[in-house]
Design a protein around this ligand. Structure first.
Ligand code: GDD
Ligand code: MN
Length: 375
């Protein structure tokens, strides 16, 4: 079998207490591997002097395969992009690894990821959410929900349906695949890079495999994930959705028409002297019906649904009932809480949560695609 040149990219920001030992642990693993293994530390001028530790390591002849790339701090994604470019252009790597420098990813798992790649994958994910993988037992509810939420957004918003761990930061990727990707087009700086890159790889038809890994909580230093990373992550997922799915664009247009229908009917009924507590559910119902018809005959027309129109109609009615309840209870609650605000504002506020629930229930249930390749 051919020997590949692989570069393990370790982005670091204030990892002084981890970087030396992770380099040693990786080198120990490399001993048992028959590939040409390298380490590239991408440090953003860490104030704690992480880079000095790396330079010290480099003075040792046995660390001739350890490289250091310095730069300005611009986020995790920006650091990976720099590291990947350097690995391809200067180091001529066949494979790059993404890996945390804080021992959250076990160096012992590197050979397994490499093996999965050699067996025929372009993109291997060290996955916490496939059978055999795990997240730390000590994680509290909030941390679990946060990670789960990230994956749900990645899977259902960005459209990475078949993948269990979309946000994983431990991955092995073939560079011929990376060379097809224009990094600027990903338009991300922070942690959103993980989902953005994976989505791009999937849309290029890459063979993606998930290998189970245990994710270990760091003991030294702290996580660098910030609120701006979370905001970018969510916006990016919707951006991907918008740009890759005509279905969603159509759904958004239908949704907008529904808002106009809803508020239009509501205004007309109010002008006709109808009580606002009655006018509200009537206009909600009318817009739900127009939305369904447009979605059925336009947005989801191509879906090879197995259901008969009558069954779809039945499901639609049940979804409508849920949406109606959500929308109407929002209206009533807001009307009680803020009686001074015009009722049209309350009616508008009720549309947003109902529309989301409506989309997900209809897309994944009413108009669910029959098994087989989908759009
Ligand atoms: N150069 C550079 N610049 N390195 C950074 C930056 C940055 O702006 N931000 C973070 N890093 C480095 C850290 O020093 C660490 O080695 C690695 O990137 C991961 O950062 P952590 O801050 O430890 O990430 P985490 O534990 O919160 O998140 C992990 O899990 C996420 C999924 O739940 C990472 O594996 C993420 O990549 C992953 O998305
Ligand atoms: Mn970490």
């Amino acid at each position: 079998m051919t020997c590949l040149k692989a570069v393990v990219i370790l982005p670091t920001y204030n990892e002084r207490n981890n970087i030396g030992s992770i380099i040693d642990a990786l080198q120990a693993q490399f001993q048992h591997m028959r590939h040409d293994m390298h380490i590239l530390v991408v440090d953003d001028n860490s104030p704690d002097g992480t880079a000095d530790i790396v330079r010290l390591k480099q003075t040792d002849a046995k660390n001739a395969n350890v490289h250091l790339l310095m730069g300005q701090k611009a986020g995790l994604g920006a650091a990976y992009i720099r590291g990947m470019m350097h690995s391809m252009d200067a180091l001529k790597a066949d494979v790059v690894f993404e890996m945390d420098a804080d021992f959250s990813h076990k160096p012992e798992d590197v050979p397994r990821l490499m093996a999965a790649l050699v067996e025929g994958a372009d993109f291997v994910i060290g996955s916490r959410y496939v059978k055999g993988g795990s997240i730390p037992k000590e994680w509290g509810l909030l941390r679990r929900l946060n990670s789960l939420g990230g994956n749900i957004v990645g899977r259902y918003v960005a459209g990475l349906y078949g993948i269990r761990d979309c946000t994983a930061g431990f991955r092995a990727i073939r560079t011929p695949l990376l060379r097809k990707i224009v990094f600027e087009d990903l338009r991300v700086q922070g942690y959103a890079f993980q989902v953005a890159l994976l989505h791009k790889a999937a849309s290029l038809g890459a063979t993606i495999r998930e290998v189970p890994v245990d994710f270990i909580d760091r003991t030294e230093g702290e996580s660098k994930l910030g609120i701006s990373d979370i905001v970018e992550f969510i916006l990016n997922a919707w951006w991907i959705r918008l740009h890759s799915s005509k279905t969603f664009i159509k759904f958004a247009i239908v949704g907008l028409s529904g808002v106009i229908v809803n508020l239009g009917v509501f205004t007309l009924l109010l002008q006709a002297g109808v009580n606002k507590y009655l006018a509200s559910p009537i206009s909600i119902e009318v817009s739900i019906i127009t939305n369904f018809l447009l979605n059925n005959y336009w947005t989801f027309r191509w879906r090879r649904s197995q259901d008969h129109v009558r069954i779809k109609g039945l499901k639609f009615n049940m979804v409508s009932l849920v949406s109606l309840l959500v929308s109407y209870s929002t209206f009533v609650t807001l009307s009680m809480l803020f009686p001074e605000t015009p009722p049209t504002v309350h009616q508008l506020a009720g549309i947003a949560p109902a529309m989301l629930i409506n989309y997900f229930l209809n897309s994944y249930w009413t108009f669910k695609h029959a098994p087989g390749p989908g759009k």
